[in-house]
Design a binder for this molecule. Structure first.
Ligand code: PAF
Length: 291
């Protein structure tokens, strides 16, 4: 596995790969790799001939009082994990390379970033899209893989790619969950034992919401209240937002007809967790209905 710390080396590597006709698949990360990233790397290697992974804790996507300084940095272990997953090259730039002195250019996806995490974390998505575009320009992939645990990020990146005519296919990968249903996230490592237990309220809420949805409840307000009640019953949990959104446009939905997604952000102690679940009448249910 190759390790690049400089833009030129990274560029040369994928330029040569592309010249040979290889399909370059890219997994951008902030490191502290877990099984969720494992699925992203597996999806990339299935989609391309060469897998490139980047590890960069991007200061531009953290607010002034957020966890940039404490974000887990586990480079040595991450490199072993990436190599074991069959990654061909890892790009690990430093901050000065990505944001040199005098840096002043940003990318903003206007509307999609006004709600949900965009509302709760001003400037967050501007930081994400800026760094993702820069990484795309450096790595020059044919395809890039994003986890849909960060569903708004996935939709925002897709929009940016479409709006800026980037010739890159964006692949969304299902969330990987712990045995008790908690979505895997680098930030789970902040949780102490009691908080980790408390965090189970999120998958519990999804189970109840799903049961209600398949019990023919289609009013978003009712589904949101079901989730809220379960989460607010947990003393260590504070709901930041719960919303039901259209699965493509992220527009809030009052009554679910097509595919929608329950999206939430919850604080467990000082840790902010986000997660979502798809609310869509499955094909087989639709077919049964037609009999
Ligand atoms: O999802 C992440 O890990 C980050 O937001 C990303 C896409 C690597 C950009 O810094």
């Amino acid at each position: 596995m190759k390790l690049f710390k400089d833009i030129q080396g990274m560029r040369r590597y994928t330029k040569e790969a592309r010249a040979r006709g290889a399909i370059v698949a890219f997994v951008p990360t902030m490191g502290h790799l877990h099984a969720g990233h494992g699925e992203l790397m597996a999806a990339a290697s299935a989609a391309g001939d060469i897998t490139v992974l980047s590890i960069f804790v991007n200061p531009m996507q953290f607010g002034p009082h957020e966890d940039f300084n404490t974000y887990p940095r586990t480079l040595e272990q991450d490199l072993k994990t990436a190599e074991a997953a069959g990654v061909d090259a890892v790009y690990v730039p430093d901050i000065a390379q990505i944001y040199p002195r005098g840096y002043q250019t940003f990318v903003t996806v206007e509307e999609l970033t006004k709600t949900l995490c965009g509302e709760a974390r001003p400037g967050h998505f501007r930081g994400v899209t800026t760094v993702v575009l820069k990484l795309f320009n450096i790595v020059a992939p044919h395809k890039a893989v994003f986890g849909i645990k960060d569903f708004q990020q996935y939709i925002v990146v897709r929009r940016m790619v479409q709006d800026l005519n980037l010739d890159i296919e964006i692949i969304g990968v299902e969330t990987v969950r712990e045995k008790d249903g908690l979505a895997m996230s680098s930030r789970n490592s902040y949780l102490d034992r009691d908080e980790r237990k408390a965090a189970r309220c999120i998958p519990r809420a999804f189970d109840e919401v799903n049961a209600a949805f398949f019990g023919e409840i289609r009013e978003s307000a009712t589904l949101i209240n079901i989730a809220k009640k379960i989460i607010e019953n947990e003393p260590l949990a504070v709901v930041e937002y719960i919303a039901v959104c259209d699965n493509e446009t992220l527009a809030e939905v009052e009554h679910i007809e097509g595919a929608a997604r329950l999206m939430l952000a919850v604080r467990i102690g000082r840790t902010r967790l986000i997660d979502n679940c798809l609310l869509e009448k499955k094909d087989w249910v639709a077919r049964l209905d037609n009999i």
